[in-house]
Design a protein around this ligand. Structure first.
Ligand code: C2E
Ligand code: CA
Ligand code: CA
Ligand code: CA
Length: 279
């Protein structure tokens, strides 16, 4: 079914490709990326600061094009969102993630939750919660192994519909994380209204943690806010031991970043399921 919507779009894009901008080139190439098998998933580990154990992973999409090379998601995700290609691509990411979990389960590896990024277009689908439940059921994977990462902007746009979708997802047992927290249009009121289970401190605060008093104040405030509301808190973009120590001292629950592990292919990530811990 997904192919139909795609090919109309691809046809449209193709007409404009010759001698066109990189933007149009990418748009056209992205149409074929899914079916040509050019998309793959990387997994970036999250570690618990309390005991140093692997706590989960964020699923990050990668696109390897035969001539354009590796295209960054920062570049192609916005194009996928504008063209609507994010719908078939996003559904693929969700299904693949469920299958990956099923594979680990079948092989008896240690299970950790996978966190999948959702875009506004996907979130606007009234069938989202049902679709995800069906994917989990098909894969034979429990809902507690799936987390969804949402941004604040996504909730602000249509708070009524958002609230309904989030309630359905939570009722299904799926975890909900608020991504890039502190950078968006945060109305703290949303934290009360929506059944969020985890806050992710944006990397921009983590980067300045030891250099800028305001950033560290905000980071600590987010940690306390999350805990006060019964949520977990994850710091992203942790690159130095000093940042990690600061976060541990202030009771942050989990860290994610280049210090403890880059986004990596499944085969490499699986070695982490077997054991090593944070320094
Ligand atoms: P994000 O959700 O905020 O993901 C975190 C980004 O920070 C990732 O960039 C990750 O590779 C990068 N990162 C992780 N640790 C560090 C660190 O220590 N230092 C620095 N400087 N960066 C770090 P990436 O993989 O390039 O993804 C960029 C954005 O693309 C993501 O930001 C997310 O918004 C979007 N994205 C990626 N995969 C998907 C997807 O499957 N679906 C949707 N809708 N969006 C996706
Ligand atoms: Ca994310
Ligand atoms: Ca983020
Ligand atoms: Ca971001």
């Amino acid at each position: 079914a997904k192919a139909d919507g795609n090919s109309a779009l691809c046809f449209y894009a193709r007409d404009f490709t010759r001698g066109s901008s990189r933007r149009l080139q990418l748009e056209s190439a992205l149409c074929q990326a899914l079916e040509a098998g050019q998309l793959l998933l990387h997994y970036q580990p999250k570690f618990s600061l309390e005991d140093g154990a692997l706590a989960g992973a964020e699923v990050l999409l990668r696109w390897q094009h035969p001539t354009l090379g590796a295209v960054s998601p920062a570049e192609f995700i916005p194009i996928a969102e504008e063209t609507g290609l994010i719908l078939p691509i996003g559904a693929w990411v969700l299904r693949q993630s469920c299958r990956q979990l099923a594979g680990w389960q079948r092989r008896g590896l240690r299970m950790v939750p996978l966190a999948v990024n959702l875009s506004a277009r996907q979130f606007a689908l009234p069938t989202l919660a049902g679709d995800i439940r069906a994917m989990l059921r098909e894969a034979g994977v429990g809902p507690r192994w799936l987390q969804l990462e949402l941004t604040e902007s996504l909730l602000v746009r249509q708070p009524e519909a958002a609230s309904r979708t989030l309630e359905q997802l939570r009722a299904a047992g799926i975890q909900l994380a608020l991504d890039d927290f502190g950078t968006g249009y945060s109305s703290l009121n949303y934290l009360r209204r929506f059944p969020i289970t985890q806050l992710k401190i944006d990397q921009s605060f983590v980067r300045e943690l030891l250099h800028d008093k305001d950033s560290s104040t905000i980071a600590v405030a987010i940690i306390n806010l999350a805990h006060g509301l019964g949520m977990q808190v994850v710091a992203e973009g942790v690159e130095t031991m000093a940042q990690l120590e600061f976060l541990r001292r202030h009771d942050c629950d989990q860290v994610q970043g280049y210090l403890s592990g880059r986004p990596q292919p499944a085969a490499q990530f699986e070695r982490l399921l077997a054991g090593p811990q944070l320094p």
